[in-house]
Design a protein around this ligand. Sequence first.
Ligand code: WT7
Length: 636
Amino acid sequence: MSNYHIKHLEEYWQVYRKSVRNPEMFWEEIAEEHFLWRKKWDKVLSWDFSTPEIKWFEGAKLNITENCLDRHLATRADKTAILFEPNDPGEAAQHITYRQLHERVCRMANVLADHGVGKGDRVCIYLPMIPELAVSLLACARLGAVHSVVFAGFSATALSTRINDCDCKLVICSDGSYRGKKTIDLKTIVDEALEDCPGVGTSLVVRRTGGKVSMQEGRDRWMQSLLDAAEPDRPATIVDAEDPLFILYTSGSTGKPKGMVHTTGGYMVYTAYTFKNAFQYREEDVYWCTADIGWITGHSYIVYGPLANGATSVMFEGVPSYPDYGRFWEIVKKHQVSQFYTAPTAIRALAKENIDFVNKHDLSSLKVLGTVGEPINEEAWHWYNENVGKKNSPIIDTWWQTETGGIMISPIPYSTPTIPTFATLPMPGIQPVLMDESGQEIQGNSVEGRLAIKFPWPSIARTIYGNHERYRETYFTAYPGNYFTGDGALRDTVGYYRITGRVDDVIIVSGHNLGTAPIEDAINEHPAVAESAVVGFPHDIKGNALYGYVTLKETGEGRDPENLRREINQLITDRIGPIAKLQKIQFTGGLPKTRSGKIMRRILRKIASKDTANLGDISTLLNPEVVQTIMDESLA
Ligand code: WT7
């Protein structure tokens, strides 16, 4: 029996049981049968969650682009690999075949190599959702270089911090980007960032908007002329399975962003396998994930997972609201999309608009609907099921993380019966456990606790770049011997999992993972601010929005609060990006603190959520009296 493609529930259970009985054998079979290795591994797995050290397919040699490109040339050369749908519906879509993508990747790899990029070097990619973004990832991988994609909505400071953290020597960017009616000048952001990045010698600039940019002599070069002049072929650099493929930053609850390091062999096997099964992908399908490649969802399920399966992957440059709220559905119809994967926040936003925006498009090509990034509420689930899926396309609520590399808990569509708000069952090879506050595993069903994973899977991040100790501390110390996810979950009567949300100071806003610490740092930079605390509160569309409690220095008192609010949000936009802006800012005389001086965000969270009936015991606070003051002010 091939375990690669699960087709019904009984088969899922058979495969699942086998996968946990002998994970090494399970993954070895899949790796053997479905991928191109230049040399097979000496050992399937070695691991120790205490150090922690995890190695999959040690000793194996490969190049992931040979798996995503070269090996398809024999059978799928003229099949569309990337189907690019531009922001402007009047601009023609581009069907980039496997042959063409192979050539474009080789050309760019040659350009990068000419600029000194080699195996192990870090390259920062700061591009909008245009084909060159996917090409850049693969061009780095072709050379064994490590890509670090920074979402092109991040600010100059966020960009320079990430460039410097992993010592990128080269940046790939564009003149600008299109988002709906807006044109954004990205090159200026890059220029500002590079003032603080002495290690970057070259920036290669892709033309997209044609806007005016300043090119710095000796550093900045136009990408297209270099690509035109480059050789159209380039042999892949063969790397070890455990060589790093990419770094991707994610917020932590404290400190600077964490550069999660993903390695090559295991990541490839796991993303390809989960893509095939979670989406029930078949050769003739057109698959569309609406995420940005700047996030892990795009890395794993726009680029690597789909291409490793020889799939057609749609890449959309624009936004769901342009030119109108029917854009997603127009694209589904236009390209006959079979699998559609998006975020709950997008569903909630579209559900608020006139239903005609959905109904006027024929959506009968759809077979599977996916969601990712945050819990999906029941209302949004039903709206998606009834109006988009016409109760005919199973919804897969896929739970996973930047750190996990691939989908961890998800229904297998057409096999696993779905229940709204439940991510349901673990993917083969994934062994979830629920932990109680004292660190004991909670056995049995109908239980709730903190979600951990007790056995490694091939695409788990191997470290935090430059800070292995932080990696250990963040993920492996809460429940020794297990990977801790930071999420809470419940397991129902039949063993289905429902993710209940973060149990730490990470807040998910519109599906974006934001840490409170960097936002507070930005606020505190304001000269009038003494101290601040940021918490999340429920928001109709975004899932959560940010609420900031700010105490002012004497110099700030008497200043116009509206101006201060604007300045604070501008600082956040400059330091992090507009996604981290505060929805509400409350100026207050003090923040509730423990006797050891820690801000009690739990209480602030309840006040922000207007859930003040049961604040818990506040008598042990250093300053219990401020709680009432804050509540009174918040109502004023
Ligand atoms: C956090 C990870 C994985 C790609 C996008 C986010 C939350 C993710 C779900 C889901 C409930 C979810 C968790 C997780 N999350 N998917 N289906 N149901 N919560 O990646 O930015 O690393 O965020 O997103 O809280 O820990 P990320």
